[in-house]
Design a protein around this ligand. Sequence first.
Ligand SMILES: NC(=O)c1ccc[n+]([C@@H]2O[C@H](COP(=O)([O-])OP(=O)(O)OC[C@H]3O[C@@H](n4cnc5c(N)ncnc54)[C@H](O)[C@@H]3O)[C@@H](O)[C@H]2O)c1
Length: 349
Amino acid sequence: MKVVITGNMGYVGPVLAQHLRRVFPRAELVGFDSGLFAHCLTTAERFPESQLSLQVFGDVRSLGASLLQGADAVVHLAAVSNDPMGNRFEEVTDEINFRSSIEIAKKARDAGVKNFVFASSCSVYGFAEGGPRKESDPLNPLTAYARSKIATEKALRELELGQMNATCLRFATACGMSDRLRLDLVLNDFVAGALTSKEISVLSDGTPWRPLIDVRDMARAIEWAIGRESVNGGQFLAVNAGSDQWNYQVGELAEAVATEIPGTRTSINTNAPPDKRSYRVDFSLFRSLAPNHQPTVTLAQSVQGLRDGLRAINFSDSNFRASKNVRLRVLDDHIASGRLTEQLRWSGA
Ligand SMILES: NC(=O)c1ccc[n+]([C@@H]2O[C@H](COP(=O)([O-])OP(=O)(O)OC[C@H]3O[C@@H](n4cnc5c(N)ncnc54)[C@H](O)[C@@H]3O)[C@@H](O)[C@H]2O)c1
């Protein structure tokens, strides 16, 4: 089996590579990434890409079709991957997240790939009152990032897929330890705050709802989508990926972290304007289609994994919101130093 993973050198990619290597020990696993965050390692051990059969460096805006020849599945993670980056690089987000995703899907179809897996996001629900959102409910994207995910889903739905299945996994907000940890994610930020300054500062009044998923469970969902048959959900499928129990209010997350890391103070900003993003998500479709690939990690385990992983690298940067664990900051640094253009292409490449 051959699996091509784009955007594998980010936060999710290393955890996915390790998981796929374990469940498919003989698979040919090929990574493709421009390496924007290649240096942002948070591991004390090995280079995560050593799990792969091959690492290719390149831009998804010009991915050569030959890489996809003989592939059984393409897992398309490469993206401008959160709201702050999407706001800063709005046009590029459309180009990378939407237009090149569709070009790659067409190349995958033409190369005879059986499964195209697209990393979508529950942020397509944006702000949603009145109960958990199902896939068939109206979408309410609030950002360029969310709009790019919806545009890709829509174009994939309308694409002539040939023999290929397309699965859009609408992931809940990720959390948990990775060899390239991000601290621009709510739970990860809280754990880093608790460890480095014994304080969690919640940048809202704590009431917004946010579904979460541990990165290890994201990898299990992707494993499922890699082998999905069209009888299970249809040739095109957009499905919420997470679990009903993991719909939390932000204040509850802070309390959960404080429980695992005793001595932590939590400051809720009661004067904060209401967070515009707030939604609960219904994961029953995913439960019925993928009963053997349901999330298994508990919130406490996720927090413990972050705590232990950060302690293992002696993480002590209380100013971590301005560190290389925050993606927008890394891109801004690259651009300020002339390494990267505003179009997110390496200078001189
Ligand atoms: N982390 C989350 O909370 C979350 C939630 C839902 C969905 N997702 C989606 O999952 C995917 C992976 O997320 P992540 O957290 O690992 O993101 P990440 O930003 O950590 O990694 C993305 C990777 O894509 C690469 N990339 C970006 N532009 C590229 C280009 N033009 N050409 C080649 N490579 C490029 C980057 O170098 C990086 O290694 C993304 O599509 C993201 O939108 C993430």
